[in-house]
Design a protein around this ligand. Structure first.
Ligand code: PMP
Ligand code: GLN
Length: 384
């Protein structure tokens, strides 16, 4: 029987670099500093809450489509506490299967064929393909070197009447760059009097260092009127495998997101939402995160200081980007990442994976969301 002919909708897209490098790490026994996930467990009260709710009769069936009311109430209170704006839990908060589903559902909800979506590069790997699956046109604007901050003149020049959406990510994956209040004001000026929407990926909101504050778009009265703002409990609670996130957006935008969300997944795991609703009011858990991650960042940088890696500044997030030109002159980043994994036993992600055209700047990304012993073991190998 001849097999049916199928033309791929994403012919140029292979398996995600995070899966590829994690698999290579597993095959070779390398320490996995590639894919971004912690090697320590969520807070004990959260695990105990999940165990409790899994055993609670009545907590095993579908949750309400937009999310459990008690979890949305807790998200509203947390947003008000941190960013000075209390979203209406009924109309402005939607619980999603991770930020991943929220990103996809927002793009599917608002981007029509031929419309443009502005993406600052380097960028998280799903943005471009998810735009293209809607028939949208990703318009890539490079972040400025050396600090990977937005060049607003270039953003302004890339905006057109066809720009449906601007995608922001702060703290930024992979570079850790964080936006300032002035950045948000400038963007607000650029979008004023347009119909362009904003999608703000803030999954690393609790990882901002050196006394700086996360500038959430939810805290910006003008921008939030046109914005979908995303967060991820996977990052906040060291539980990337739980796949729960949420989106804060004005009622009309949330309504469009929900039209899609209800048909992509309908709802999110019920006992998991109950467990998150139990712990979210405990602000100490997330207030501790900047210091917790800053200590890991500082330790990892200190451990790598004797090596020839050029360590870029890390104002936020949980990744260290490093220039390897002095370690392996002339090597491309994919080859270097594979060699480092196979020969040195430390898996990393090549930064070219974050560029739509595979640009190679001879940079790799290390994830430092690891136990001290893991970071020390990796550093021993890297110094060897
Ligand atoms: N956006 C960025 C920038 C990320 O780094 C990640 C995850 N690693 C996601 C979105 C996806 O978040 P989640 O795991 O909640 O789906
Ligand atoms: N966001 C994680 C990273 O950047 C990976 C998530 C995934 O594997 N899809 O490493």
């Amino acid at each position: 029987m001849p097999s049916p002919h199928l033309t791929s909708k994403l012919p140029d897209v292979g398996t995600s670099i995070f899966s590829v490098m994690s698999q290579l790490a597993q095959e070779t026994g390398a320490i996995n500093l590639a894919q971004g996930f912690p090697d320590y467990d969520p807070p004990r009260p959260l695990l105990e809450a999940l165990a409790r709710h899994v055993l609670t009769p009545g907590h095993q069936q579908y949750a309400p489509m937009p999310g459990l009311p008690r979890l949305r109430d807790a998200i509203a209170a947390k947003t008000a506490r941190l960013y000075g704006y209390q979203p209406d839990p009924t109309t402005e908060i939607t619980v999603t299967n991770g930020a991943t589903e929220a990103l996809y559902a927002v793009l599917a909800a608002v981007v029509r064929p031929g419309e443009e979506v502005l993406i600052l590069e380097p960028a998280y790997d799903l943005y471009g393909p998810a735009v293209r699956l809607q028939g949208g046109v990703p318009v890539y604007v490079p972040l400025s070197r050396p600090d990977f901050r937005p060049d607003w003149d270039r953003v302004a020049a890339a905006l057109t009447p066809r720009t449906r959406l601007v995608l922001l990510n702060s703290p930024h994956n992979p570079t850790g760059a964080v936006l300032t209040p002035a950045d948000l004001d400038t963007l607000a000026g650029l979008l004023r009097d347009t119909d362009t929407l904003l999608l703000s990926d803030e999954v690393y909101e609790h990882m901002v260092f050196d006394g700086a504050q996360h500038q959430s778009v939810t805290g910006h009265p003008e921008l939030r009127e046109r914005a979908f703002v995303l967060s991820s409990f996977g990052k906040t609670y060291h539980a990337t495998g739980w796949k729960v996130g949420y989106c804060v957006a004005p009622p009309a935008l949330s309504a469009e997101l929900r039209r899609v969300h209800q048909f992509v997944t309908f709802s999110v795991s019920t006992p998991t939402q109950h467990a998150l609703a139990d712990v979210l009011p405990d602000a100490d858990l997330y207030d501790a995160l900047p210091a917790f991650y800053q200590q890991k960042r500082d330790l990892f940088r200190e451990l790598l200081a004797p090596t020839d890696f050029g360590l870029l500044p890390v104002p936020g997030g949980y990744f260290q980007v490093a220039d390897f030109r002095a370690v392996a002159p002339g090597l491309d980043d994919v080859t270097f990442a594979r060699q480092l994994t196979r020969d040195t036993g430390v898996a990393v992600v090549p930064l070219s994976a974050f560029y739509h055209d595979g640009q190679d700047h001879q940079l790799v990304r290390f994830c430092f969301a690891k136990q001290e012993a893991t970071l020390r073991a990796a550093a021993d190998r890297l110094r060897g």
